[in-house]
Design a protein around this ligand. Structure first.
Ligand code: NAD
Length: 479
């Protein structure tokens, strides 16, 4: 099926005249063709969004809430029919991950709907009693939403629904790997009653479509989720125009396994934290740091947990993950693993392609910590496992990273857990859980090269609103 752009609620053919294939990573089958937008298409979408911004912003909070709640109801009732097959085909999601995304989307839309009523301002004291000072929160205008491929529905929902709740209009540029999900998402918001000019979707490639969108003078703010490399380029372009950019970028999250932990239970948690969606999760715990006294027992338990991971048909509920998004991603992961092994690391398990774009669950023992396997994001089903002398050493190893998105600590000792939580430099730390956690109200974002700003609940509202100081003099002729 061929899909056009969505501009102001209408299906609009691209001015470029070009379309591109969307390929299912599992089967290699072409599942659709979508418009390949260029700069002129972006221009049309942004201009339409500017028209829409005023009308949407001036609606009562209850009216914006109503639209987002209606969208949540549509996903709650028809989410599987609308999205399930496409999430499996387009992004290679296992059915359980696709269902998680759909359920989380309902949650995000409802949470965002509540935020529409919470554009709180404040007043503050003035030394002159005849003066009143207040602060208003106002929508920014048009938010460019540039999203990645790994969680094409739920991440896009988070990135678009909160700015919309705050009264902004959005122009969405989804990943070129997963544009169909984004077009369906926009369709459901329109069906829920979103004014057509408040949402547009420009499908296309990074430099041809994302670049012109980031640079467009009609954009007021950028919401970007993706790799650190692209995020830096988007951030630099935004600063050139003195526009804020909320950047959610890559990660290399550590999970600490402390001496008081049951090795089997810990292995199951750690395996889930790295292998969900084949490690294509920004918060995946790709660095496992184990207290040395537990290393042998834990390694054996983790190896056995890896060997039990079922990698069958994506529509089989036992399947834990499927293919990586494309051949480039597979080659990157295999090269990182091979290089670490060649430099002296031990392969605990995995290390090979199972079929097509699916890589076996892979654990590498004690890689050289200057190598990409330890330092760079792998975004695949591979984790490094290293030993630490004690808690202090484990925290230092966790902090040995340019990234700081999420972290986890497995212990039953709350003092140890809280110490690690306070001392690890990352946007979130989870005690007694793995590092991939979600909560629609939580501030998601990173320290260091993992990003700028936070999203979720009121944190998104703060990112996607302007703050305005208004003061009044009660004196006649007050200056
Ligand atoms: P990517 O950086 O390659 O692409 C992200 C988006 O940016 C895509 O829509 C792409 O087309 C667009 N883009 C590319 N070049 C551009 C340019 N010059 N200007 C504007 N837009 C451009 O990322 P990806 O490979 O799609 O996604 C995986 C990455 O996303 C991983 O690094 C992962 O950690 C990160 N991620 C982070 C979070 C988080 O919450 N921090 C969540 C999910 C994914």
């Amino acid at each position: 099926m061929q899909r056009d752009l969505i501009i102001g609620g209408e299906d609009v053919p691209p001015l470029t005249g070009d379309y591109f294939d969307v390929v299912a990573p599992e089967s290699g089958r072409v599942i659709g063709r979508v418009a390949r937008a260029g700069a002129l298409d972006v221009d049309a979408a942004v201009n339409k969004a500017r028209e829409g911004a005023v009308a949407w912003a001036s609606l009562a909070p209850a009216a914006r809430e109503k639209v987002l709640l209606a969208a949540a109801d549509i996903v709650a009732e028809q989410g599987e029919a609308l999205f399930l097959n496409n999430l499996i085909d387009e992004s290679g999601s296992a059915i359980t991950k696709a269902r998680f995304e759909i359920a989380y989307t309902v949650d995000l839309l409802r949470t965002a709907a509540g935020e529409a009523r919470r554009l709180y301002g404040e007043t503050f004291p003035n030394d002159n009693p005849q003066r009143i000072s207040m602060v208003f929160r106002e929508p920014m205008g048009v938010v460019a939403v540039i999203s990645p491929y790994n969680a094409p529905l739920s991440l896009l929902t988070k990135m678009a629904a909160f700015p919309l709740a705050a009264g902004n209009s959005v122009v969405i540029k989804p990943s070129e790997e997963t544009p169909i999900t984004a077009l369906t998402f926009a369709g459901l918001l329109l069906e829920a009653g979103l004014p057509p000019a408040a949402i547009s979707v420009v499908t296309g490639f990074g430099s041809e479509c994302g670049g012109p969108l980031t640079a467009h003078p009609g954009i007021d703010c950028v919401a970007f989720t993706g790799s650190t490399q692209t995020g830096i380029a988007v951030g630099i372009e935004s600063v050139k125009h003195l526009r804020p950019a909320q950047l959610e970028l890559g990660g290399k999250s550590a999970v600490l396994v402390l001496r008081d932990t049951d090795p089997e239970a810990a292995a199951a948690i750690v395996a889930q934290g790295i292998f969900t969606h084949g490690g294509q999760i920004c918060m995946a715990n790709s660095r496992i740091v184990v207290e040395r006294c537990l290393l042998d027992e834990f390694s054996a338990a983790l190896k056995s947990a890896c060997e039990k991971i079922y990698l069958g048909d994506l529509r089989d509920e036992r399947t834990q993950y499927g293919p990586l998004i494309n051949q480039r991603a597979v080659e990157k992961v295999l090269a990182q693993v091979e290089q670490a092994i060649a430099a002296g690391a031990t392969l605990l398990t995995g290390g090979k392609v199972l079929r097509g774009l699916t890589i076996e669950p892979t654990i590498v023992l004690e890689p050289d910590r200057s190598l990409p396997l330890w330092r760079e994001e792998s975004f695949g089903p591979v984790a490094s496992l290293v030993a630490a002398d004690d808690l202090d050493d484990a925290i230092a190893i966790a902090n040995d990273s340019e990234y700081g998105l999420s972290a986890a600590v497995l212990t039953r000792n709350i003092q140890w857990g809280m110490r690690a939580a306070r001392e690890i430099k990352s946007g979130s730390v989870h005690i007694g859980m793995h590092s991939f956690q979600s909560n629609a109200l939580a501030p998601i974002g990173g320290y260091k090269r993992s990003g700028l700003g936070r999203s979720g609940g009121r944190y998104s509202t703060e990112e996607f609103t302007e703050v305005k100081w208004v003061s009044v003099s009660l004196e006649a002729g007050g200056r």
